[in-house]
Design a protein around this ligand. Structure first.
Ligand code: MN
Ligand code: MN
Length: 466
């Protein structure tokens, strides 16, 4: 009796991360796998921010959301969306609680991912091959993008103003694109270089063609042939690339990983693995008390600058506008608001254990991950969420038995990173980062756990409800 009490007491007093898979019952396992299937379908349809916004709009409209216009007073229960330039989406669900007392519950994820953009004058040929010149986007490890199948996604604005959408390389019947790599036989010198400089940005050229056109009086016959094909299929002329945004992304589909299918491999989990749960939790939420604002942001991977990134005034404008229409102070609304900055953290990887501090790293499958702070060095450039705010979030999660953990990004002095959290916190809004652990973050094919994905979805639902 005495000893048993001691054991119980030890269990009560200590904290240990546990795999969600280990504790999940049969129904929960079914729910985890079903949710992962719908997420994988979303991933394959939304590889760029533009595609994520159009999928988000479809999902919102199907749930009864209609466009938001500035100056409109929203009644309780109103469902609105604001599509910012096709790259940044806001979903608004007006609650019954007064905005200046209850604030707004904000979920903010980003929908841009590291990739390779085309330059504005990209097309050339050399040695019987035609190529596109590129400029990479976000923090990627260049060597990972060589010698893999690639697809081209994006928009071209023609001389007439007509916008042509392109998505080529995703269907099995379509061609893919490619960045040439060096054969090991001739890589002796390159192999001795540091990884960061072994592949230069200017060498990331996309192989796009190799058959010359029929005309005799043209100097670059392969380039000319590509232009003929582009004109035939899309009415694009070479000068139209100047008013284009074309993104090169991996042509892989989302797939289960492992004999037991515990994981999902895909391009762009960072940060669609948070954007999708934020969207679905918002749309399915049945509690009508709180006002919910779900943001899918662009440009996080390049510093959140510009008019589709989280540093844009638009968030402030929307909050101020909603407050003004309700006849309350915008400052009071922001002071009462709460935000989960929905972004990923690095999963502890035993293959690279030296960069992590195991006790404070996110362990895969141990649930959604909260990052109290991000930044680098001595917590530089970070939002550091208060203990009081985390206490509040923790009590919400406890009500629904959410499986979650806390983590930092790697060892203290080893590197760092940031999210949109600080830009929202700077508006006087309590904010903390909440996401899932990711393996091989920013690689062309990243891996997450289905258990963590489902835990995050349920965490967001709890945040909307309580
Ligand atoms: Mn991210
Ligand atoms: Mn990222």
């Amino acid at each position: 009796m005495e000893e048993k009490q001691t054991n119980n007491q030890a269990e009560e007093l200590t904290y240990q991360k546990k795999s969600f898979y280990e504790t999940a019952d049969e129904d929960t396992m079914k729910a985890i796998f079903a949710y992962a299937t719908s997420y994988a379908a979303f991933l394959d349809k939304a590889k760029t921010e533009r595609e994520a916004v159009s999928e988000g709009v479809k999902m919102a409209e199907a749930a009864g959301y209609t466009p938001y216009t500035f100056g409109e007073k929203l009644e309780a229960g109103a469902l609105r969306y604001y599509n910012n330039r096709g790259k940044n989406l806001f979903l608004i669900r007006k609650g019954t609680a007064p905005l200046d007392k209850d604030g707004i519950r904000i979920l903010a994820a980003h929908i841009d991912s590291p990739r390779i953009d085309l330059k504005q004058n990209p097309l050339y040929e050399d040695s019987q091959m035609a190529f596109f010149k590129t400029h990479y986007y976000g923090g990627l490890r260049k060597y990972q993008w060589l010698a893999i199948p690639l697809a081209i996604h994006g928009s071209v604005v023609l001389e007439s103003g007509e916008v042509v959408s392109i998505c080529l390389g995703e269907e099995d019947s379509e061609p893919v694109f490619y960045i040439n790599d060096l054969l090991p036989h001739l890589a002796r010198e390159q192999a001795t270089k540091p990884m960061a400089s072994a592949v230069s940005g200017e060498s990331l050229n996309i192989l796009i063609g190799g058959i010359p056109c029929k005309s005799e009086d043209v100097s670059d016959k392969i380039k000319q042939h590509v232009l003929e094909l582009l004109f035939e299929k899309y009415q694009i002329k070479e000068r139209d690339f100047q008013s284009a945004e074309l993104c090169v992304v991996p042509a892989f589909k989302a797939r289960d990983v492992g004999f037991d299918r515990a994981f999902i491999g895909a391009y762009g989990h960072d940060d669609r693995v948070c954007a999708y749960p934020a969207l679905t939790a918002t749309i399915e939420d049945e509690d009508k008390t709180h006002t919910i604002l779900t943001i899918l942001a662009d440009k996080e991977e390049t510093g959140s600058e510009g008019n589709t990134g989280m540093q844009c005034r638009l968030l402030l404008d929307i909050i101020e506008d909603m407050a003004a229409c309700d006849g309350v102070s915008g400052a009071a609304v922001r002071a009462a608001s709460k935000c989960l900055s929905a972004d990923v953290n690095a999963a502890f990887d035993p293959n690279f254990a030296e960069v992590f501090e195991r006790k404070n790293a996110a362990i895969i499958s141990c649930g959604a991950v909260m990052s109290k702070f991000t930044g680098s060095g001595g917590k530089s450039s970070t939002n550091d969420a208060s203990a009081e705010f985390i206490g509040e979030i923790r009590r919400m999660f406890d009500k629904d038995g959410i499986v979650w953990q806390t983590a930092e990004l790697g060892k203290v002095d080893i590197g760092g990173g940031g999210t949109v959290a600080k830009y929202i916190a700077n508006l006087n809004i309590d904010t903390v980062d909440m996401g899932v652990p990711v393996i091989s973050m920013h690689a062309p094919y990243e891996v997450v756990s289905k258990a963590d994905l489902y835990a995050l979805y349920r965490a967001f639902a709890a945040f909307c409800r309580y």
